[in-house]
Design a binder for this molecule. Structure first.
Ligand SMILES: [Zn+2]
Length: 82
């Protein structure tokens, strides 16, 4: 079974996307859970991911998957979480 939400590096961060609606491809716009639309490069698709996690996507995945409240950081903390 494919996971509903997967991660894709693009535009300098690792974002999460909804596999029910999107399939990452090089040079194709990809809407991600934080509300951004990013465009993976060929290196992002096949390469090693060294870019930092997008914490807004991380937060959204946790909410959507029903994580316990104490495992969902406050939105106010996202700006400082690195
Ligand atoms: Zn994101």
């Amino acid at each position: 079974m494919v996971q509903r939400y997967l991660w894709q590096q693009a535009d300098g961060k690792r974002h999460a996307y909804d596999t029910d609606h999107h399939q990452p491809a090089a040079q194709r716009a990809l809407p991600v859970l934080c509300g951004a639309t990013v465009t993976p490069t060929t290196d992002d698709i096949v390469g090693v991911w060294l870019d930092p996690t997008c914490w807004h996507c991380d937060h959204e995945v946790r909410v959507r998957l029903g994580f316990p409240a104490d495992e969902i950081p406050d939105a106010a903390d996202l700006e400082t979480a690195r």
